[in-house]
Design a protein around this ligand. Structure first.
Ligand code: FMN
Length: 396
């Protein structure tokens, strides 16, 4: 049997503070720091706690070439090798731990930059309820935040005094400015209304659809979209959870941007879609009400084909998703619809439902769009009152 180390591995010395009765009885503050060494390897689905000696072995075992076990056993404690093989940080070329070896090979083949792979894979949530951690820490409201943390850093990072500034002319407002001013994150969807089919198709075509295809050379077509994309690769696609759209059965779909068509996917039962929507957006009910949720799913391998093991590649993909979401907001606004984007999402639930392998295809954010309700139940940031009329406007 031959072994090699997994391709990507970061080791984090982590301190955690916990309650300690002995410290309290000895007149201390009742807190004790625990120190652990954690291995973060993105091909595994969990962090692995290391014990003394593990890190030295992991640093010594070659990553690119396979080494005979007997050779490694001559240099390292066999029990340590066995433990690291067991948890998937070391991989063997025989049937042992085949699953982890395959995951490692997929990671190698995708061209991930190691730091980005750790950030992307370990930043995923499984069953988080957004705001719950803040509530437990006593930071749930703005008042609590201000009380505990003091004021945030100032709104603007000023670099001069007011007198030193060069005032700029204000642009004469036009229709585009008016559209921009009406763009507000919607947290008040009508939970019952069905979205008109034509509006649904328009949204998908404008935001995710191919506006043109350019055959640059055999085997390489370039897709033109209404938003920019690093390398012109457009790795981010729309996976849909349709809840209420006229003429479209509730369920899960993939949007084909070139064919401008829906690809139906295996879906949970209709009655379960609402719960799944809520889980997608980490229990933010005011977002889950949207008739359409769009998972922004990036096909990393497409971007990393060009930007291989590149320190900027993941950033480029994330920025692409931001452009798509802004186009989604503006398109919705122009059509008289509400829209949102959130990164507070349970990625693993989404991956499971849509059949995505997170080493290849990752959910970066979830957007939604649809009709607003008539009343504002949840807060929106609309100081210009472009969406919600002022109190005085109501009474007029
Ligand atoms: C990356 C990103 C993540 C966001 N996540 C959430 C979220 O989890 N929940 C939410 O209600 N709004 C979310 N928002 C919306 C922001 O809260 C909102 O954009 C901000 O308060 C400014 O308001 P406006 O979009 O109405 O101008 C997010 C926005 C961005 C760009």
């Amino acid at each position: 049997m031959r072994l090699r180390r997994c391709a990507v591995l970061l080791i984090e010395p982590r301190e955690s503070i916990g309650f300690d009765l002995d410290s309290l009885l000895a007149g201390g503050d009742g807190l004790a720091a625990g120190h652990r060494l954690l291995a973060l390897a993105p091909h595994l689905d969990r962090e692995v706690e290391l014990v003394a000696g593990d890190a030295d072995v992991l640093a010594a075992v070659p990553v690119q070439r396979w080494t005979e076990l007997t050779v490694l056993q001559a240099a390292h404690e066999p029990a340590v090798l066995a433990r690291l093989l067991d948890c998937g940080l070391l991989l063997s070329d025989d049937h042992t731990g085949t699953h982890w070896r395959e995951r490692d090979e997929r990671l190698r083949a995708t061209g991930w930059h190691p730091h980005a792979a750790v950030a992307q894979l370990f930043g995923r949530w499984s069953d988080v309820k957004s705001g719950e951690a803040a509530q437990q820490a006593g930071y749930a409201t703005l008042n609590e935040l201000l009380e505990k943390l003091g004021p945030p850093p100032p709104t603007v990072g000023e670099r001069s005094t007011a007198a030193q500034r060069m005032a700029l002319a204000l642009p004469p407002p036009n229709a585009f400015d008016a559209l921009l001013r009406r763009r507000v994150t919607c947290r008040n969807f009508d939970p019952a209304a069905y979205l008109d089919n034509e509006l649904f198709c328009t949204m998908l075509h404008r935001v995710f659809g191919a506006q043109a295809m350019l055959d640059i050379m055999p085997g390489n077509s370039v897709m033109k979209r209404n938003s920019p994309s690093g390398g012109g690769l457009h790795p981010t696609e729309a996976y849909l959870l349709v809840q209420r759209v006229q003429g479209v059965a509730p369920g899960l779909y993939h949007y084909h941007p070139v064919a401008h068509a829906l690809e139906p996917l295996a879906s949970p039962a209709s009655a379960e879609l609402g719960d799944f929507a809520l889980r997608c957006v980490a229990a933010q009910r005011y977002l889950a009400d949207a008739p359409v949720l769009v998972m922004l799913v990036s096909r990393f391998a497409r971007s990393f084909w060009k930007y291989r093991n590149h320190a900027k590649a993941h950033r480029v993909v994330v920025l692409d998703a931001g452009h798509l979401s802004q186009n989604l907001y503006l398109s919705a606004t122009e059509l008289g619809l509400g829209a949102f984007v959130t990164a507070a999402i349970n990625e693993t639930a989404i991956e499971r439902a849509f059949g995505l392998d997170p080493l290849h295809e990752g959910v970066l954010a979830v957007c939604g769009f649809g009709m607003r309700g008539n009343t504002q139940r949840d807060d929106e940031l609309d100081p210009l009152h472009t969406v919600w009329p002022r109190e005085a406007d109501h009474t007029e």
